[in-house]
Design a protein around this ligand. Structure first.
Ligand code: BGC
Length: 709
């Protein structure tokens, strides 16, 4: 029996109310005392589709909310999702969250949050309905593009600065969807069963970081059920975990139309019910579960007034924290500035992942005189699609526009559509034309992948394959011209095994915002050295991925069991020795990085101590570039199954040619712990651990052992 050590720093920290918060609470209680019960109830549900009521006589403003995670959504009608037909709501379109996560650069997440916060404020929003951080459990989930990663540590590191950035602008971020909204198929009815261990190790850490490290002011419940109860009024998730264990002080907002019951909504931790729609007309209903029936129960005394008071207190806390109360000096924000556009470009440039680059086909050489640009995604814009996260972009630079701007006639571009999303399109003719264009050009760029017919809210993809006969297109084009580069536009993994050996170079370009095309062109021509790393695994085939190989998907009889448990993403592939197509953390560069001089400050560690791991990383190539140095920990000798390795730190470092830097990481007992089902707590077992340092989860360059005592 191994010695178990409770890792105290991860234990529940009871809410410690800071003294400034005490003053705030007094102020809030003062307002609360003056409110009638009708006024209180008016605050806990929507008044229009995206706002709550105001109480003017007490200076309580309405809370105006807006989607979404990567920009401020175009204005809608007050009672339905239809467009308000405004002409002043075209905005900055930031990269979607998988692209942001692919930068592995928390500083960019902060800048992202600042742009979003600033634009939200300018547009008069108080709550921005993002970020979305559900774990990417299956490659086919329709909303993967809105989320970040399969790894809770990467999510946590990126979500915290994002939220801080937004909230710096006196706008509340709303982290969503709490919790376990890992598929869109049957999203309103699916009842998720997952172990406490997987919940704590995989599905909750991002939310916990959002609450405890970023101080997120609002959180959105998810549509699905968890262990038999809808998540928007789930006692375990909202009361026990979020509010008691994590000491969340802000407000819980329902997903739009995600509420089903007055008593559960009253007692189980929900604070604001939003978007309840009349199911017949799809218009906002005058009925809210936390409206008339709630008021009646409060008046009758069947629900005590303290229940609504608690909700109103939290809402007033959000209002106070965003400087909305009278006399506060609230930030005004800015809209569509060149600086915002520059930030989107900076993020997009660091997001592009060089997946494969045989014979250094990329960057494109100066000898190239003609390029065939093939594929609908060379010309297609994406911002206005995808569901609630849609953006009316001020502009969206497509790849072909960006290429033409860059080349300025110096290289001849032969465009051919290659494939079409139009069902009636003549598939074979498009392929033939593309093959002809490929033959007469020095090299080929195929812009393919998905679009928001696939990466879309409300439904999952039926499979992981490329649509519109693109596999055949790529094979035929590559046979006609071996100098073929494939650029994939998608927010989720795609099967590439049919042609991956036939093309020398592949880029993952994401939906990278209004400057996504520019970023891709910059990488193709070497103006930017790619430094993105995959935030999720690309399996060879869908059947290989853990939710499909071990677990259940999409569930049956409205139930789903996450049987794969903690073996999500690379935790599964590595532990079960299943080879992925492209592994988590993968991404190449136009230069090479050499890792050396790996040292640990000590060979052993005790609870409360730290080991400093340090490593030199040198750019040994001829161009400057950035490397994401990844630190994984492995606990090979544990009494419970542990993933063969887990990401516990990373650092993105920029190096000029020949430059070397020393990177340091701190290892403490938190990084060794697992959630013990039997102890109902975080523990680490004494014994040997390994630290692995690498350029991806499967490109481990150095490793060392140490003892935990
Ligand atoms: C989505 C949320 C979104 C809300 C409001 C829901 O359908 O799940 O993410 O914020 O609509 O548009």
């Amino acid at each position: 029996m191994k010695k178990m050590i409770f890792v105290l720093s991860l234990l529940i920290i009871p809410s410690v109310i800071a003294s400034d918060d005490k003053q705030v609470m007094n102020k809030i209680d003062n307002i609360l005392k003056q409110m009638t019960i009708e006024e209180k109830v008016s605050l806990v549900h929507g008044d229009s589709l995206f706002s709550t009521a105001s109480v003017e006589r007490l200076g309580i403003p309405e809370l105006i909310m807006s989607d979404g995670p990567h920009g401020v959504r175009p204005e809608q009608k007050s009672d339905d999702f239809g467009s308000a037909e405004r002409t002043d709501d075209a905005s900055t379109y930031l990269p979607t969250l998988t692209a942001l996560a692919a930068t592995w650069n928390p500083q960019l997440a902060l800048r992202f949050g600042c742009v979003l916060g600033s634009e939200s404020r300018f547009r008069g929003k108080d709550v921005i309905l993002g970020p979305g951080i559900n774990i990417i459990r299956t490659p086919v989930c329709g909303r993967n593009f809105e989320y970040m990663s399969e790894d809770p540590y990467l999510i946590s590191k990126m979500v915290v600065p994002y939220i801080k950035g937004v909230q710096q602008y006196d706008v509340a971020a709303c982290v969503k969807h709490f919790a376990l909204n890992n598929q869109e198929n049957n999203r309103n009815n699916v009842d998720v069963y997952v172990s406490d261990r997987a919940l704590n190790e995989i599905y909750l850490p991002g939310f916990k970081a959002a609450v405890q490290e970023a101080g997120v002011l609002t959180i959105m419940g998810s549509y699905n059920l968890f262990r038999g109860q809808h998540c928007c009024h789930n006692d375990f998730l909202l009361n026990q975990i979020l509010k008691k264990q994590w000491a969340f002080k802000g407000a819980v907002i329902s997903d739009w139309g995600g509420v089903y019951d007055t008593n559960e909504a009253a007692y189980n931790g929900l604070d604001i019910e939003m978007g309840t729609l009349n199911r017949q007309t799809n218009k906002r209903d005058s009925f809210f579960w936390l409206g008339d029936p709630f008021l009646a129960a409060l008046k009758k005394g069947t629900i005590p007034e303290s229940v609504v008071d608690e909700k109103v207190r939290r809402i007033l806390y959000v209002i106070h924290k965003t400087n909305m109360l009278e006399g506060s000096n609230r930030k005004k924000g800015e809209f569509n500035t060149p600086a915002h556009q520059k930030t989107t470009l900076g993020i997009a440039r660091e997001a592009v992942v060089l997946m494969k680059n045989d014979n250094s086909l990329l960057p494109i050489s100066e000898n190239i005189k003609t390029i065939a640009v093939i594929g609908e995604n060379a010309k297609r814009t994406h911002a206005i699609e995808g569901g609630s996260s849609m953006i009316k972009a001020l502009y969206e630079r497509t790849p072909i526009e960006a290429l033409q701007k860059k080349l300025n006639g110096k290289i001849q571009v032969n465009f051919s559509q290659g494939y079409s999303s139009d069902k009636e399109a003549p598939v074979q003719l498009l392929i033939e034309q593309a093959v002809e264009a490929a033959k007469k050009s020095d090299m080929v760029l195929i812009f393919g992948g998905l679009n928001h017919n696939f990466d879309d809210e409300g439904h999952d993809r039926a499979d992981m394959k490329l649509p519109y006969s693109q596999d055949e297109l790529i094979k035929r084009v590559a046979a006609a011209n071996p100098k073929t580069v494939v650029v994939l536009i998608s927010g989720s993994p795609i099967e590439v095994h049919q042609w991956i050996d036939k093309v020398p170079s592949v880029l993952q370009g994401w939906y990278a915002g209004m400057e996504g095309g520019t970023a891709i062109a910059d990488v193709l021509f070497g103006d930017v050295n790619p430094s993105g790393k995959l935030p999720f695994t690309f399996p060879v085939k869908l059947e290989d991925s853990p939710a499909h190989a071990l677990g259940e998907y999409p569930g049956s009889n409205n139930k789903i069991n996450y049987i794969e448990d903690i073996l999500v993403g690379y935790r599964y592939y590595d532990t079960k020795n299943a080879a992925p197509q492209f592994c988590f953390g993968h991404g190449l560069s136009y230069t090479d990085f050499e890792y050396s001089n790996f040292k640990l400050s000590s060979g052993q560690i005790k609870l409360g101590e730290k080991i400093i791991a340090s490593v030199d990383v040198k750019n040994t190539g001829k161009v400057g570039g950035a490397e994401v140095v990844q630190l994984y920990i492995s606990d090979p000798d544990c009494s419970v199954l542990r993933p063969s390795k887990e990401l516990k730190d990373f650092s993105k470092v920029f190096l000029r040619p020949g430059e070397k830097k020393n990177i340091k990481f701190e290892i403490d007992a938190d990084k060794l712990a697992f959630y013990s089902e039997s102890e109902k707590n975080w523990i680490a077992e004494a014994g040997e651990f390994k630290i692995l340092i690498g350029s991806s989860s499967r490109d481990i360059r150095l490793e060392k052992k140490f003892q935990f005592k």
